[in-house]
Ligand binder design. Structure first.
Ligand SMILES: Cc1ncc(COP(=O)(O)O)c(C=O)c1O
Length: 390
């Protein structure tokens, strides 16, 4: 433990000093295949030459100006995001939690101005993760993160996932929004069913409720389409993005239709750094690579490869309960906690993360190659064999 850094993370005893493509090196010179990608951030891998080039070029031109003025990279990035989505307008910020905060504020402003001040309740889902700031934490449906920080923001109701009757019971005249991750990421790679989403969209339309998708983790190519909602039968009204948006530079975005975003007027919301030229130029470069049908199709193929092979393994090893996911977000749920799993992978030169002690969450860079996937699978198979024998 480093004495002068707040103890907010349980860290692995590794100091990482260098990265290239899907690999990281520690200060002792050990090389690791990165199956975490900075938790779904470095989708183009580490130090992608195009990203590095844009960082250098933009840093020599203009790094920051206030949002009191326009800047060209922000204008161009907003154009890419709106042209390729349902949204008409973008609010830029710096992180996932900030994108969620912006969505909460926008939904409430919309509710107040269209239906009155009592219309402020937001229905979110159990098991969800929306971030650590007080608003985002209030939306997060996991007691483990909320405990110790109460009182949280009033007006949030949590209902079990994929249970439409519970959601219907929670809806009332004060409901302004329903917020969800189309696939719960941190909660353990749990997809929402198409039928459930269709019903939610129907209720939202009937009652004039805003549907907010938090795609901070699963957006921007991770599932094999630019946005995860494209593989669902519904379209949201507000979309939260971050993580892969800057491929490592801090940027977040909250997208919405005009009808809703028009309730943000000068002074409603702001961010000093949000949408600065450096992050936006990099984000634009990252999106130009990701938003390519061939690149996205490769993600789908690699997702099928890894999921199919994991399903095969699950047949041979009873300790695996279920394989879930889409594209290159894959969860392997075990029947029992696996305290030795991440260390086993580290000893074999692979970085992984485990959620809730028994869900291996795979989030490799989207540029991962088949031989790298196969190396991961071989090591994982060895771990399963070893655990079965001991
Ligand atoms: C779905 C989702 N929303 C929001 C967040 C919060 O993002 P950040 O850590 O950038 O604030 C996360 C982070 O993991 C996330 O997975």
């Amino acid at each position: 433990m480093i004495e002068n850094i707040a103890n907010t993370y349980k860290r692995f005893p590794l100091t990482l000093v260098k990265g290239e493509e899907c690999y990281l090196w520690d200060s002792d010179g050990n090389k690791y295949l990165d199956m975490v990608a900075g938790i779904a951030v470095c989708s183009l891998g580490h130090c992608h030459p195009k990203i590095t080039k844009v960082i250098k070029e933009q840093a020599e031109k203009l790094i920051h100006v206030s949002n009191l003025y326009w800047n060209q990279p922000q204008i161009e990035l907003a154009e890419i995001l709106t042209k390729n989505s349902f949204a008409d307008k973008v609010f830029f910020c710096n992180s996932g939690a900030e994108a969620v905060e912006a969505a909460i504020k926008l939904a409430r402003k919309y509710g107040h101005e269209t239906k009155g001040e009592n219309c402020h309740e937001i229905i979110a889902l159990e098991g969800s993760f929306h971030g650590r700031t007080m608003g985002a934490l209030s939306a997060t449906g996991q007691q483990v993160y909320r405990k110790g920080f109460e009182p949280l923001l009033p007006g949030f109701i949590h209902v079990p996932i994929n249970d439409i009757n519970s959601l219907k019971l929670a809806v009332n005249n004060n409901t302004v929004a329903i917020m969800l991750e189309p696939i719960q990421g941190e909660g353990g790679v749990r997809p929402l069913s198409s039928e459930y989403l269709l019903e939610i969209r129907k209720i939202a339309d009937e009652k004039g409720i805003v549907l907010i998708f938090d795609e901070v983790q699963v957006g921007l190519g991770r599932t094999g389409t630019l946005f995860a909602y494209e593989q669902t039968p519904v379209v949201p009204d507000i979309l939260c993005l971050s993580k892969a948006l800057g491929n490592g530079l801090p940027i977040g975005a909250m997208l919405a239709t005009d009808n809703i975003m028009k309730h943000f007027t000068p002074g409603s919301h702001a961010s000093t750094f949000g949408g600065n030229p450096l992050c936006c130029a990099v984000s634009k470069a990252a999106l130009e690579i990701i938003n390519n049908p061939e690149f996205l199709f490769e993600i789908q193929k690699k997702g099928h490869l890894i999921t199919a092979k994991l399903q095969e393994m699950a047949k041979n090893f009873d300790m695996i309960k279920e394989i879930r996911g889409k594209g290159l977000i894959v969860g392997v749920e075990f029947n029992a906690p696996q305290p030795k799993l991440t260390d086993y992978f580290i000893k074999n030169g692979i970085l992984t993360i485990v959620s809730h002690e028994k869900i291996l969450r795979l989030l490799p860079p989207l540029i991962i190659k088949n031989d790298e996937i196969n190396y991961f699978l071989t090591v994982f198979n060895n771990y399963l064999k070893f655990e079965c024998q001991h």
